[in-house]
Design a protein around this ligand. Structure first.
Ligand code: AP5
Length: 221
């Protein structure tokens, strides 16, 4: 099964994707994490993508499609992948569909997290992440036990360079212009389930899990 988690920046895609992938034995594939790892490794490609990410713009389709599809087509978990942050443009969605079709696979479900812009700025500017294990916190809604320190491995938490109020504005604008049309694309294929992303993390998880279970049940029936 291949699931896409769709939603604006800060909607909780990563927070939910980790839990949902674990619950269904899927590989969690975050395009943002793949790009950040590329930056950290100091490659020429990493340097190129850094400029886009820090400005809040999307990385060009030809770059992201190449780095993500190779991973989609060779999932590390046989059950399939849970995509977080990809696709983000119609061209990416079409490239994904074509690549999956060649492997006799498809996107089975799109979980669309719905969160209003007013909440997003607070979520993003308050986010802190562990540079070692990737755990995600929020200074108010999901604080670590000790301020600024990861509960899991004791690393000092960091603030993403694109998590400023000014860059969030650009990221939201990019979402509206380039990613929002994907909802229509997937809705026309009957794949979208909307989940209210404004409730507590566990409540959102419960709703999304129910939707994926239902789709899995339909697929097996
Ligand atoms: P990416 O890393 O994918 O960022 P994003 O889509 O902007 O999403 P975020 O990671 O900001 O948010 P999220 O929805 O995962 O929320 P989270 O769970 O962390 O992409 C970064 C950049 O890379 C892009 O701008 C672009 O340049 C490039 N890029 C990536 N993919 C690309 C692609 N396909 N094409 C082109 N370019 C691409 O939650 C946010 C905060 O809220 C956390 O602090 C969390 O604790 C808190 N929170 C979560 N859920 C709740 C809740 N229910 N209640 C209260 N707080 C909550």
């Amino acid at each position: 099964m291949n699931v896409v988690v769709l939603g604006p920046p800060g909607a909780g895609k990563g927070t939910q994707a980790v839990r949902l992938a674990e619950a269904f034995g899927l590989q969690h594939l975050s395009s943002g994490d793949v790009l950040r790892a590329e930056r950290q490794s100091g490659t020429e490609l990493g340097g190129r993508v850094a400029r886009y990410m820090d400005s809040g713009a999307l990385v060009p389709d030809e770059i992201i499609v190449e780095v993500i599809l190779v991973r989609v087509l060779k999932p590390t978990r046989p059950a399939g992948v849970l995509l977080d942050g990809f696709p983000r443009t119609l061209a990416q969605a079409e490239a994904l569909d074509a690549a999956l079709a060649r492997a006799d696979k498809r996107v089975d479900l799109v979980v669309s997290l719905v969160v209003a812009d007013e909440l997003i700025v607070d979520r993003i500017t308050g986010r802190r992440v562990c540079p070692t294990c990737g755990a995600v916190y929020h200074v108010k809604s999901l604080p670590p036990r000790k301020a600024g320190v990861c509960d899991k491995d004791g690393a000092v938490l960091v603030h993403r360079t694109d998590d400023t109020a000014a860059v969030v504005k650009e990221r939201l604008a990019a979402y509206q212009a380039q990613t929002r049309p994907l909802e229509v694309y997937y809705r026309n294929k009957g794949l979208v389930v909307e989940v209210d992303g404004t409730s507590e993390v566990d409540t959102v998880f419960g709703r999304a899990k129910k939707e994926i279970s239902a789709r899995l049940g339909e697929a097996r029936a």
